[in-house]
Design a binder for this molecule. Structure first.
Ligand SMILES: [Zn+2]
Length: 246
């Protein structure tokens, strides 16, 4: 292929723009805030499970406390009824003995229940504190995430603005390059891992850095300025400059 040497030189500007665009895309995809956010999201999900779990246990303990308190009330009501019957007097000795026995048993039962209520209240306090602690951590995590998101968005905006500017520059450069040379560049870039054209510098390919062989060098020396040279090693377009060492 032949192309105006000036257009060949413009390929180097096009390559510079494409390299910078690729670097911007890489920077955008690997912002440290993205990894930090992903980690906070995982922590947040774990924390959410812990909160739900602790709230469920708290709900169970609250229900248990209410059940025990209702039972205490039932026992207390029976005690009151028995005491009234005792105070009313006039009971036969056997019934009196039975009533006193029942009252003692009800008091013991109530004592046990009240101890259980105290135990459950302690559990409830512990769980209340645990839930509050977990909610506090979730809140801290949300604050951290919001800060990271705003840092990320600021970086995105900066990168996107730079990218937009670079794409405009690239379009202007590409417009100066003949379509067949541009197509060859794009193809070479696709196969060259993002590098389609490089300057031949000190007899080395600027893309793969391999020194040209004797025959390649001879061919390059004798080639017309319009001839488009390709590296035998990486197939990238080689652009001759004053520094090519030919
Ligand atoms: Zn090469």
């Amino acid at each position: 292929m032949n192309a105006d040497p000036a257009a060949q030189l413009r390929l180097l500007d096009l390559q510079a723009a494409d390299t910078e665009l690729a670097q911007l895309a890489h920077r955008r995809a690997t912002l440290p805030q993205l990894a930090a956010l992903a980690s906070r999201e995982r922590q947040g999900a774990e924390l959410h499970h812990e909160v739900v779990d602790a709230e469920t246990r708290l709900g169970d303990v609250e229900a248990e406390q209410q059940r025990l308190e209702r039972e205490v009330e039932t026992v207390r009501a029976r005690e009151a009824r028995d005491e009234q019957r005792l105070q009313a007097g006039g009971l036969p000795a056997k019934e009196l003995e039975g009533l006193q026995h029942e009252l003692a048993s009800l008091r013991r039962r109530r004592g046990t229940l009240e101890d259980e209520v105290l135990e459950v209240m302690e559990q409830r306090e512990d769980l209340d504190a645990a839930v509050a602690g977990l909610r506090g951590r979730a809140q801290d995590l949300a604050t951290e995430r919001a800060a990271l998101e705003s840092e990320r968005d600021a970086s995105f905006a900066e990168i996107d603005a730079a990218g937009e500017q670079r794409r405009r520059d690239r379009s202007a450069v590409a417009a100066e390059i003949p379509p067949d040379l541009l197509a060859l560049y794009e193809k070479a870039r696709e196969h060259g891992g993002g590098v389609g054209a490089s300057a031949l510098r000190q007899r080395r390919c600027g893309a793969c850095h391999i020194e040209l062989s004797g025959s390649e060098l001879a061919a390059a020396r004798h080639a017309a300025p319009e001839a488009v040279l390709r590296c035998d090693n990486c197939r990238g377009i080689l652009v001759r400059t004053a520094d090519s060492g030919l």
